[in-house]
Design a binder for this molecule. Structure first.
Ligand code: MG
Length: 258
């Protein structure tokens, strides 16, 4: 038989066999799943987190946060940043802050604003950062930086995974405007002996625009040198103090490993 005809006949027979197999039970119910049902969650709105979220900052105090510098102290000092007027603002020179709680995998929402009129440029214009996990100390940073009119290296601009992944696009709003990050974080997993079993993954939207699409991180963020992994478990989320009065609001997280 001609090979083309043989292939056509084989294909036709396979289709007939599939149809014959499906025919006796060709009811829609056979492919419906009714249980278990997903848990009911009231969705987010402009000023409200989803009903199952952990509120990290909603303008009602900074109790979920602690100074990174004194986190090892049994009597950790209050967060050194300003939480006045419903906005969490970096106090330049005071150091980073981090959550009291630790997290593994999660969905996070955060809003940030770089003050208008900064005279600096490059990495010094409205620099802060969202560390998705403090890891073993260096952590994993999504950059916060003025980026509507500010030139810097592409893998260090806003919405980059700092020095690892350039954002897919520049979705920045103008300086002085509130901007959003929505992030899906999958923590890295390690074997008992410290070997990396699976890397961290990040999907991120900046102002609703996809900027990181399930990228596999190369390790914790380094300013100098190549990133790398060292074993860690659930860890805090951290916000960076980089000398400029960047503000945050409406921060919530939905742990995904519960
Ligand atoms: Mg930064």
């Amino acid at each position: 038989m001609n090979p083309t005809i043989r292939a056509a006949v084989t294909s036709g027979l396979m289709t007939l066999a599939w149809a014959a197999q499906a025919a006796p039970q060709a009811k829609p119910e056979h492919t419906e799943v009714w249980s278990p049902e997903p848990a009911r969650v009231m969705p987010a709105s402009a000023n409200r987190a989803p009903s199952d979220a952990v509120i990290l900052f909603d303008g009602q105090g900074v109790g979920e946060w602690v100074s990174s510098a004194v986190v090892a102290s049994p009597a950790a000092k209050p967060v050194p940043w300003s939480g006045a007027d419903g906005v969490l603002t970096v106090r330049p020179g005071s150091g980073d802050i981090q959550t009291r709680r630790t997290f593994l995998d999660y969905q996070l929402h955060l809003e940030w604003r770089v003050p208008a009129g900064l005279k600096a440029s490059g990495q010094n214009k409205g620099n802060s950062g969202l560390f998705l996990s403090t890891g073993t100390g260096n952590g994993y940073e999504i950059q916060v930086l003025e980026c509507a009119a500010n030139k810097t290296y592409a893998n260090g601009q806003a919405a980059s995974i700092y020095k690892q992944f350039t954002p897919l696009v520049n979705a920045c709003a103008a300086e002085g405007e509130w901007q959003t990050y929505d992030v899906i974080w999958t923590a890295p997993r390690f074997a008992a002996d410290g070997r990396l079993e699976s890397p961290a993954y990040v999907t991120a939207l900046h102002n609703g625009v996809l900027v990181q699409n399930h990228v596999a991180l190369r390790g914790e963020t380094l300013y100098i040198g190549e990133p790398g992994y060292r074993k860690h478990g659930p860890a805090p989320i951290k916000l960076q103090e980089h000398g400029e009065a960047v503000s945050f609001r409406n921060i919530w997280v939905r742990p995904l490993d519960r």
